[in-house]
Design a protein around this ligand. Sequence first.
Ligand code: SF4
Length: 62
Amino acid sequence: MDVTIVSGACIGSGQCTLLAPRVFTRRDDGTADVAQARPSKGQQRRAVKAAEHCPERAITIA
Ligand code: SF4
């Protein structure tokens, strides 16, 4: 699994950091950044859930 956030697409809604706080982190400007691009097995379901709930569909999982 490879997690990325599409540059410029994040509006800082915060769902990803709530749903997967080990995988995503927030920058000072409130937008999200990837903390674990290759999440552990235990975090992968959370990462997928975060991607599904991102209002901007800014999270890609390959
Ligand atoms: S859920 Fe999407 S829009 Fe919201 S902070 Fe995360 S990446 Fe940004």
